[in-house]
Design a protein around this ligand. Structure first.
Ligand code: PGA
Length: 238
């Protein structure tokens, strides 16, 4: 919305074969003609390099779905920031709700991931969002406050230009139950206010806040029309 450049991330989660990833990446690259919007695709790790080669020369960016904070070492199954950069990746999602609630990642680990990725020069999409029972108990802002406070701890203000926030209410992810544009806007205003306390108003003025959770072609326009909704994270529909 408005002064901020729109940013859309397609999160492919644990879907696609190599062939499907290549075809989808090529189709996205052909489809992206509007340079007012930054478009990134987030394929599974094994397809990062293939997808990076496929979208080369197009404005489409390649984003990883996760990263490990250590530079290298005996961390079986994990992937470092320099590996992502070598694979042609320029952005990474950190703290996705499925990482928090299915895999069990803590705010502390998520913060280490965000700091390592920012330090390596990657764009970081830090995800936050409340569960349904938290919303119903009027705890949405408290949950977001906590996730933002811990998630951004010790991030230097001069790296905020590489940071984006994904607001993804857990009850809206993969459920078909999208937040209303008003619910999204209200959360985004809170997120921007809280981040401006942490980093200062100026640093946060141009920070993109993306909405995610059952975004579809028929609801994306109303969501993006809100002044503080600067983009979308799209799972199923991507
Ligand atoms: P969804 O996923 O669009 O399938 O709800 C969104 C996300 O997890 O980023």
């Amino acid at each position: 919305a408005m002064a901020r450049k729109n940013f859309v991330v397609g999160n492919w989660k644990m879907y696609t074969t190599a062939a499907a990833a290549r075809d989808l990446a090529a189709a996205v690259a052909r489809g992206v003609t509007d340079d007012r919007i930054t478009v990134a695709v987030a394929p599974p790790f094994p397809w990062l390099q293939l997808v990076a080669e496929t979208v080369k020369g197009s404005p489409v960016r390649v984003c990883a779905q996760d990263v490990y904070p250590e530079p290298e070492g005996a961390f079986t199954g994990e992937v470092s920031t320099s590996m992502l950069l070598d694979a042609g990746c320029r952005a990474v999602i950190v703290g996705h709700s499925e990482r928090r609630h299915v895999i069990g990642e803590t705010d502390m680990l998520i913060n280490e991931k965000a700091r390592a990725a920012l330090k390596a020069g990657l764009v970081v999409v830090l995800c936050v969002g409340e569960k349904l029972e938290e919303r119903d108990a009027n705890k949405t802002e408290a949950v977001l406050d906590n996730q933002l406070t811990w998630g951004t701890r010790d991030i230097p203000a001069n790296q905020v230009s590489q940071l984006a926030i994904g607001y993804e209410p857990v009850w809206a992810i993969g459920t078909g139950r999208t937040a209303t544009p008003e619910q999204a806007e209200q959360a985004h205003v809170f997120i921007r206010w809280r981040l401006s306390q942490i980093f200062g108003e100026e640093a946060v003025g141009s920070l993109p806040i993306l909405y995610g959770g059952s975004v579809k072609p028929d609801n994306v326009h109303a969501l993006m029309a809100k002044p503080d909704v600067d983009g979308a994270m799209v799972g199923g529909a991507s």
